[in-house]
Write a new protein. Structure first.
Lengths: 349, 224
């Protein structure tokens, strides 16, 4: 889930308070399990599975069945929702065509360059979290461009610090750059780590002052986004820095990212499908998201993951290219299909 | 560039974007800096010093030492990586390569056989062991490993292995196995298959030239 800028100008009067129930995305249980508590659920699932299965196998299953599968809801929304299709027709038609050509060419020239798309993957993780923060702000009517900017700085500064503290991710970034022929200066790792920490601490202080100011002015505060930030960044720190077995790091992070995404997309698309009753060109979208059809939605996600996993041994290059292509489209489409500033999107939240 | 000069319609803007990205990648590829072994070594030394308890960093440092021709230091780095993470395949293979160059095939064979016994899934181990057995003339011990390489070998990519075409390497191993057994027809057929897979393969060309310089074919090709 991604979001653009905040959607309204700075409020001048204290709006009426929103009851806590109305600040949730779904039911209390939905938000607790699939959004705010999702990082903890992901952590428990992956660590629990690692007690029974080899960590490398856990990582393989998470990547195959969850990470690859969660591209599907993006495509269901982008191509299934007639409003989204009409809004973004050119992008949904020409970008995939260009991307396929680019990926095939890159793979033929030097597939190591493809590994650099990992940076976008990590950026996408943070943008999803930021998107949920925007949604909780919108739900609590705590919308303000200054707070949106502070959220963005908070998200990225702490994430970059966690990544630079992480043995695994420092290594992943360093080796991808070196393999692609771009040897970074030796001071870069330490420099980024120190700068990110300094910025994160400064932003956190400013953030705390801003919260106090909002409270003093009687402006609403989206406490749920703060709770989500605490669980997300806490689990990211555990997964990336504290856990010694690096095969589980990405699995934990990917597991909760996908749980959040799949659950939110289902929740949102179901509301949207209800509003599309009788609309031409929405039959597939409505069929997948109709009440009582959760199994079809889950089957769509699972089938792409299982199919990729089953065909990987027979045609590794082709499967990885297809997965990479859907992954990049997923990152790109997410940057505009879930925009909180889009009034049509907010109507179905 | 003035904004007004940019293509107005969205399909044209998308096409322009891919054109720019494609051109940038072509330019990068044409001017890609050649890796400097010493600078790369300094980078990984610094990286391993900042992440002293991370096995992959030491394994990668071992590779950088090897590239700089310092096999003894490479061995130390790989051994440190294996002490931190005994299952780390990259480090086991790297140590094997460093031992082969600095301590001989017998030492490298003993090290990798111990690792492969504990890690039967290690496919690259089968390749290295097969190559060592063939070099030492232990053909019967090489045979099951070559068969496994032919059966399972595909493409492999790892920072420590580089881009390896394991299918090509399996064909070369099979050719060497038959050549060592004096089965010239089979050996030639495998080297020809290797050459068909990679027309630039110098190993396949060299082996084929040697075999063809010998007496005429005396048998039909056979599978190992």
């Amino acid at each position: 889930v991604s979001a653009g800028n905040a959607i309204a100008s700075r409020p001048t009067l204290s709006p009426p308070p929103i009851v806590p129930r109305a600040q949730l995305i779904g039911s209390p249980a939905f938000d607790a399990v699939f959004v705010i508590g999702s990082p903890l659920v992901g952590l428990a699932l992956v660590l629990g599975a690692a007690q029974w299965i080899a960590p490398a196998r856990v990582e393989e299953y998470v990547l195959s069945f969850l990470a690859v599968g969660h591209h599907v809801p993006t495509f269901l929304r982008a191509y299934g929702d007639p409003d989204e299709r009409a809004r973004s027709r050119a992008r949904l038609t020409w970008v995939p065509a260009g991307l396929v050509l680019l990926l095939v060419a890159l793979n033929a020239v030097d597939s190591r360059l493809l590994a650099l798309t990992f940076v976008w993957d990590q950026y996408h993780f943070v943008r999803q979290h930021y998107g949920f923060m925007r949604i909780y702000d919108a739900k609590a009517r705590a919308i303000d461009p200054l707070d949106a900017r502070l959220d963005l700085w908070l998200c990225f500064s702490w994430f970059i610090w966690i990544v630079s503290e992480s043995d695994l991710y420092s290594y992943v970034y360093a080796s991808h750059l070196v393999d692609a022929g771009m040897l970074p200066p030796a001071w870069l790792g330490t420099g980024i780590r120190n700068a990110a920490l300094a910025i994160a601490l400064a932003v956190t202080l400013r953030y705390a002052l801003r919260l106090r100011e909002r409270r003093r002015l009687g402006l609403p505060i989206a406490w749920l986004k703060l709770a989500l930030t605490a669980t997300t960044y806490g689990v990211w720190y555990v997964a990336y820095v504290a856990i010694a077995d690096f095969t589980l790091s990405y699995a934990i992070s990917s597991c909760f990212h996908c749980l959040q995404y799949d659950a939110f997309a289902w929740h949102y698309n179901r509301a949207k499908a209800g509003a599309l009753a009788g609309r031409e060109g929405s039959r597939v979208f409505r069929a997948v998201h109709a009440p009582g059809r959760l199994w079809i939605y889950v089957a769509c996600i699972a089938s792409y993951g299982v199919l990729s996993w089953a065909l990987l041994a027979a045609a590794p290059t082709a499967v990885l290219l297809v997965n990479r292509c859907t992954g990049l489209l997923h990152y790109y489409y997410d940057s505009f299909i879930w925009r909180v500033r889009q009034p049509e999107f907010r109507r179905h939240l | 560039v003035k904004l007004g000069a940019l293509p107005a319609s969205e399909p044209l803007r998308i096409a322009a974007f891919f054109l720019v990205v494609g051109s940038a990648l072509v330019l990068f590829e044409l001017n890609r800096p050649q890796p400097d072994a010493e600078a790369t070594l300094v980078f990984w030394q610094d990286h391993a010093a900042r992440h002293p308890d991370f096995a992959l960093a030491h394994s990668r440092l071992g590779l950088a030492y090897q590239a700089a021709g310092r096999d003894d230091l490479a061995r130390d780095a790989y051994e440190r990586a294996l002490a931190l993470e005994p299952d780390l395949e990259e480090a086991a293979i790297g140590l094997n390569n460093a031992l082969r160059r600095s301590a001989g095939r017998a030492a490298s064979l003993a090290q990798l056989e111990a690792y492969a016994a504990a890690h039967p899934d290690c496919l690259v181990c089968a390749y290295n062991l097969a190559a060592d057995h063939l070099a030492l003339g232990a053909l019967e011990r090489a045979r099951p490993l070559v068969e496994r390489a032919l059966r399972e070998g595909g493409d492999a990519s790892s920072p420590s292995y580089g881009e390896r075409d394991l299918r090509l390497e399996a064909l070369l191993l099979a050719g060497r196995y038959h050549a060592a057994r004096g089965e010239r027809a089979s050996a030639i057929s495998y080297f020809e298959a290797a050459l068909a897979r990679d027309p630039e393969s110098r190993a396949a060309k060299r082996q084929l030239a040697q075999l063809r310089a010998q007496a005429p074919l005396d048998s039909q090709p056979t599978d190992p």
